[in-house]
Design a protein around this ligand. Structure first.
Ligand code: GDP
Ligand code: IMO
Ligand code: MG
Length: 417
């Protein structure tokens, strides 16, 4: 008998608080695995008042006994990964990087930034980290994989060939072809640090599942940023939904057990694109202030608004969510009225599902009575009645149980129902 992996997935536009829940569950799991995205992700975790910002290293790293896998579905920037690794001095034997993960090299970030500049007011508002170009190369079959770092001479030649083949594009973007010897030296630097961690993580994962070990799969970004199911083209370039865990790690759907979807008690989004329940007035401002809604990766102010029950229902179905962790309930403390988007109005019609395009969707709201204080509450029964009523109403709207409720950034301020 092999064990089944638990999966954590973001249900909104990212930054739902996945890091906190992964960290919480990591305490009881042997392995934590990232399956998609790159260092566009930013997961803030607070342990005993100390703040950690993680981008690519799985959030299980804060559990000293936990082992961590960076799967093949990830795009890995050696420069940033090495920087992130330097925060920890106990990674040996507990960090494993897939040889099939794709390399995100400095030129990918330059291309990303140049493309955004050229798009002007049509820009996606990417993190500028090179995610789209790195995944673009992967899909176009001109990318380079982490395993290639083991032969830097050969990899450098392939990168120079790539520059020559794309000469005209690089010229427009004013990106210079690297010099071979400098490139080899740069790659050797990456290899020196990363080589001990590079392995066939799929074989490793199959083995640990067969050994009945407890495995947690850590999603990045959120469902509405998924390349297929999000608000295209204002999305990221990977499969962020639960299906991505299979292709991004080399496991099959039957290897997945419980799916926990993470959602905030309200809603945010960074970057451009449709966001029907955005509040551009004082309530949105207050959510941003109360929730410290500024990006972990880019520091940008996050756009804020109300819980979108339509998008959430869509996310529950796509991901096969068994339970929701409702995060940042405390950020709603003190609001007199709390709104929830229960349907959209598009061209005069009421729509209760996520359609092809959300561009013209206007929110139809239902109002709830606010409450005084939930911050730091650790027992469901101790929540104010209006907060309990809000949670129960959301559960009904999205047809899913909210098994976890979070009331502060701290690891301990978590209600398990
Ligand atoms: P992730 O990308 O989904 O991991 O989320 P981020 O880390 O980017 O953003 C979530 C932010 O909310 C972090 O700063 C967390 O410390 C914080 N946070 C998580 N849960 C709670 C909560 O219940 N209440 C409050 N006030 N903050 C929380
Ligand atoms: P975590 O894991 C929130 C957004 C960017 C932009 C779009 C495309 O912390 O939830 P990209 O750089 O990926 O090409 O940008 O996706 N985005 C995120 N927003 N949280 C994230 O990750 C995000 N990762 C990407 O802001 O709108
Ligand atoms: Mg984040």
């Amino acid at each position: 008998m092999s064990s089944k992996a638990d999966l954590i997935v973001g249900l909104q536009w990212g930054d739902e608080g996945k890091g906190k829940i992964v960290d919480h569950l990591a305490q009881t799991h042997d392995f934590v695995c990232r399956f998609a995205g790159g260092h566009n992700a930013g997961h803030t975790i607070v342990v005993e008042g100390k703040k950690y910002a993680l981008h690519l290293i799985p959030s299980g790293v804060l559990n000293p006994k936990g082992k961590n896998i960076v799967g093949n579905g990830v795009v890995l920037s050696p420069v940033n990964f090495i920087k992130e690794m330097s925060q920890f001095d106990d990674l040996e034997g507990r960090l494993f990087i897939s040889d099939k993960a794709h390399l995100l090299l400095p030129y990918h970030a330059l291309i990303d930034q140049a493309k955004e500049r050229l798009k002007g007011d049509k820009a996606i508002g990417t993190t500028g980290k090179g995610i789209g170009p790195a995944y673009g190369d992967k899909i176009a079959r001109v990318g380079h994989r982490v395993g290639e770092l083991l032969d830097c001479e050969k990899l450098a030649s392939k990168i120079i060939d790539y520059f020559e083949q794309n000469h005209s594009i690089f010229e427009v973007m004013e990106i210079e072809t690297p010099k071979k010897d400098e490139l080899v030296a740069e790659l050797e630097g990456y290899k020196k640090v990363l080589a001990p961690y590079i392995t066939d993580t799929t074989q490793l994962l199959w083995r640990v599942l067969n050994e009945d070990k407890k495995v947690l799969l850590e999603g990045a970004q959120g469902t509405m940023l998924d390349i297929d199911h999000g608000t295209y083209p204002f999305v990221t370039s990977s499969t962020t939904v639960s299906a991505g865990a299979c292709s991004g790690l080399g496991i099959n759907p039957k290897d997945i057990g419980r799916v926990t979807g993470i959602a905030k008690a309200y809603c945010t989004r960074v970057g451009n694109g449709p966001f029907p329940s955005e509040d551009l007035g004082s309530d949105g401002e207050r959510l941003r202030k109360n929730g410290h809604e500024f990006g972990t990766t880019t520091g940008r102010p996050r756009r804020c608004g109300w819980f979108d029950a339509v998008a959430l229902r869509h996310a529950v179905r796509i991901n096969g969510v068994d339970q929701i962790a409702l995060m940042k309930l405390d950020v709603l403390d003190g609001f007199e009225e709390i709104k929830v988007c229960v349907a959209y109005e598009i061209n005069g019609k009421r729509i209760d599902y996520v359609p092809y395009d959300l561009e013209d969707a206007k929110p139809i709201y239902k109002s709830f009575k606010g409450w005084n204080k939930t911050e730091g509450v650790r027992d469901f029964d101790e929540l104010p009645q209006n907060a309990k009523d809000y949670i129960v109403a959301l559960e009904e709207m999205v047809s899913c149980k909210m098994g976890i409720v979070s009331t502060s950034p701290d690891r301990e301020d978590t209600i398990i129902r």
